[in-house]
Design a protein around this ligand. Structure first.
Ligand code: 2HA
Ligand code: ZN
Length: 271
């Protein structure tokens, strides 16, 4: 067996969690990440028949039965992942009945997957229905996104339009816009269900006064979506109290969409 600490998927998760900590988004145990893995990817590093522990779940994930995920641990700090992946990360397989996960590696100190596992797993189910190549869910406490949810309407069209207007690349990066949930209690199945419902339509969902969920086919895509929204939100926070002399008009956004071959979410731009 090869050393799992050298596996590209472990290396990549170490790097991205460290990076997000340094962005200032993942204070203490804030944020969590899950990455769908194939058996072929994992088999060179782990005996797939060797289950270390079985961990019960609070909801039924049978739609993901047999699937493997690399998931950050509950209560663990993104800051610490890079120095001790085996304690702060775990590789789990969803049990056949969907009501538990089987631990194959990690959570060395007796830990468990993130408290937001319902939101992650339910989001994976929603996104896989939309895109069979979907693989990644990242949740983080992106600072300016959170700030924006205090001072901007949470209505999705309005929220998305403001982000699109803040920098030119936004419409190109997320023409499908962002879903927004009002403040809700986190760490339970209710917010998981609400998030997954939005994820049927969006790759990004903002949790008001809490943070953001981003998804994608790989870590670059999920992180890239989040950092682009965060950048736009930062610009919004910087300019919101100044007299606006010019912005990007809807006409210009249409020109941009045509030039880059993207389709803005129906009805979000005025024609
Ligand atoms: O894992 O971010 O939403 C800590 C959180 C909860
Ligand atoms: Zn959070």
């Amino acid at each position: 067996m090869k050393d799992i600490l050298t596996a590209p998927f472990v290396r990549e998760v170490c790097k991205i969690t460290d990076n997000m900590y340094r962005m200032g988004w993942d204070e203490r145990n804030g944020g969590n990440l899950s990455l769908l893995l194939t058996e072929e990817e994992v088999a060179p590093y782990l005996d797939l028949n060797q289950v270390l522990r079985t961990i019960p779940m609070i909801f039924d994930a049978s739609a993901l039965a047999g699937k493997l995920f690399l998931v950050t641990g509950t209560g663990k700090y993104f800051r610490n992942v890079i120095d001790d992946p085996e304690t702060n990360l775990g590789i789990i397989r969803v049990a056949a009945d969907g009501k538990a996960v089987e631990l194959l590696w990690g959570y060395k100190d007796g830990g468990r997957p993130t408290s937001e596992l319902p939101a992650h797993f339910r989001t994976h189910i929603s996104r896989l229905e939309r895109d069979p190549l979907h693989r990644v869910v990242i949740h983080t406490h992106a600072t300016n996104v959170i700030a924006m949810t205090f001072v901007h309407s949470l209505e999705e069209r309005a929220f998305t339009r403001t982000l699109w207007q803040m920098c030119t690349e936004c419409l190109v990066v997320f023409p499908d816009g962002v879903g927004v949930l009002p403040w809700m209690l986190c760490g339970n199945d209710e917010i998981g269900i609400a998030t997954a419902e939005k994820m049927k339509e969006y790759r990004l969902v903002v949790w008001a006064q809490h943070g953001i969920f981003g998804t994608g086919r790989d870590i670059d895509e999920a992180f890239g979506l989040i950092e682009t929204v965060e950048k736009a939100a930062e610009i919004y926070i910087k300019v919101m109290n100044s007299p606006i002399l010019q912005t990007i008009t809807d006409e210009e956004l249409w020109v941009l969409a045509k030039a880059f071959g993207v389709t803005p979410r129906e009805g979000y731009l005025n024609s």
